[in-house]
Ligand binder design. Structure first.
Ligand SMILES: C[S@@+](CC[C@H](N)C(=O)[O-])C[C@H]1O[C@@H](n2cnc3c(N)ncnc32)[C@H](O)[C@@H]1O
Length: 460
């Protein structure tokens, strides 16, 4: 190890920054986050530094750096593009035994500035000893994605209870078990989903009863349209911590590969070959049963759980049984497929509104409000449209939409197998006869579809 990682307390301590450009500005901002009192010396200052000087913790000294500028500072940072100034700052700081960092010059520095992930009071520092700062930044970015932004709040709450937990559990082993359960279970998830008071009440209860929190929880997670890169950070975190995952046909293989390896997988989609799905009432009951047995259950649904996904029904039943749950939105098929097909859903020249419509027709009959759909400058996105597509086109034409209106059918959108078929309302039935198109497919109707010719970027 070339450097010893330490965290210095700079609260209300004097810090000197030499330099007045954008890099100096970044360093000043960092020092201010650590609550230091900053003096900045430079013959000129960028606008950002001038603005910062309105803060009482920043004072500007408008002149060239001189040896006499260095006095009793706790740290010094030199951020100038003048190597002579940098060398001089470094030399005097070393002589005075003041920690000094010269930007991009490990040789002149007695300390280096790491890349940081700030979840104060939790702070993670990544350093490459000045050898590969870009690599350190990439590592930092990876860490940013897996550490929930509310870890800081969790740490603050833990700080509040530290003494009480010490008083309650005399053995280190018991304290550790308590905190491990708190940081990786229902209490932490309550903090992450903003239910801070409930989380505090749970900790209090644990401290009095010291009982196992036997109730599990349910995460209703949107898996997006297929491309696993479209998952949210939160979705990824929860699918990697769930004990059981209930999934259906629309969740792509790519997403399923990200699920925790040793979790139990339960398929609740259409049964082998048949068109019959697991009954919604049975899924609801299973979610309740699994959570009551103390499991962390992830209900993974294609797209967004609240868009044609019956997510509402599932959490209604959880709420009735007092089971904690959280809902993670996903990218809905309309957003994913339109983006990956190069079809903006709205456009100032072609469409000022967009409607998401389910084309799932009960008993082959349609009860769609056709008059409302045949409106100028509107895009219509039909979910579950494959079997009723010809009927939809007929009805749109019958209600006044022009026969040449462009229409797109997007098959397996956002996945490597994605296919985009572009035609017109009048020609759609013959396209369906000619091509072997399979679910899942999304249908987009509107002038915006013509933009696909210019804007298509994904796949073939
Ligand atoms: C029951 S709905 C669920 C919608 C989902 N909750 C969402 O927000 O995307 C299923 C329909 O979504 C559409 N769909 C979902 N994923 C798709 C994809 N990757 N490509 C095309 N259509 C998709 C299809 O129209 C499919 O019939």
């Amino acid at each position: 190890m070339d450097h010893l990682p330490i965290f210095i307390n700079l609260r209300q301590k004097p810090a000197l920054v030499v330099g007045g450009g954008d890099i100096a500005l970044r360093k000043i901002n960092l020092l201010l986050k650590a609550q230091a009192k900053v003096t900045c010396v430079s013959p000129h200052f960028c606008e950002g530094i001038k603005t910062l000087s309105l803060d009482s913790n920043v004072s500007l000294v408008n002149k060239r750096f001189e040896a006499s500028d260095i006095s009793n500072y706790s740290v010094i940072i030199s951020a100038t593009d003048d190597s002579k100034v940098n060398e001089s700052v470094s030399k005097i700081a070393h002589e005075n035994r003041i920690p000094v960092n010269v930007v991009d010059s490990p040789k002149l520095s007695s300390f280096i500035m790491p890349s940081i992930v700030d979840r104060s009071p939790v702070v993670i520092a990544v350093s490459s000893a000045g050898k590969a700062p870009v690599l350190a930044r990439i590592i930092r970015a990876k860490l940013e994605t897996v550490i929930p932004s509310s870890y800081g709040i969790l740490a603050e709450i833990a700080g509040e209870y530290r003494q009480k937990v010490k008083d309650r559990f005399s053995k280190i082993k018991d304290r550790r078990a308590f905190w491990e359960a708190t940081f990786s279970g229902v209490i932490a998830e309550k903090v992450f989903s903003g239910r801070i008071q409930e989380a505090r009440a749970d900790i209090e209860k644990q401290l009095i009863d010291a009982v196992e929190m036997s109730l599990g929880e349910v995460y209703l997670v949107g898996a997006g349209p297929g491309d696993p890169d479209l998952l949210t950070f939160k979705a990824l975190r929860l699918i990697q911590q769930a004990d059981v995952v209930l999934y259906d046909r629309l969740v792509s293989k790519g997403v399923m590969e990200l699920v925790r390896r040793d979790s139990e997988l339960i398929y609740v989609g259409k049964k082998g070959g048949s068109n019959e799905s697991t009954r919604q009432i049975d899924i609801n009951a299973l979610l309740v049963e699994l959570a009551k047995s103390g499991k962390r259950v992830c209900r993974l649904k294609g797209g967004d759980p609240f868009i044609f996904g019956r997510g509402g029904e599932e959490i209604e039943s959880l709420s009735e049984h007092g089971i904690p749950f959280q809902v993670v939105p996903g990218i809905t098929a309309a957003s994913g497929c339109s983006s990956y097909a190069g079809i903006p859903l709205t456009h100032r020249d072609f469409s000022q509104s967009c409607r998401f419509v389910t084309a799932h027709l009960k008993n082959g009959t349609s009860n769609l409000p056709w008059q409302e759909l045949v409106v100028e400058q509107q895009t219509i996105v039909f979910y579950m449209a494959l079997s009723g597509a010809s009927h939809i086109c007929e009805q749109l034409i019958a209600h006044g939409m022009r026969k040449e209106m462009p229409i797109a059918i997007i098959e397996k959108g956002t996945m490597p197998e994605q296919k985009v078929y572009i035609t017109t309302l009048a020609d759609l039935p013959s396209l369906l006869l000619k091509e072997d198109i399979n679910a899942p497919t999304l249908m987009i109707v509107g002038e915006v579809v013509s933009l696909n010719e210019k804007l298509s970027w994904y796949g073939n």
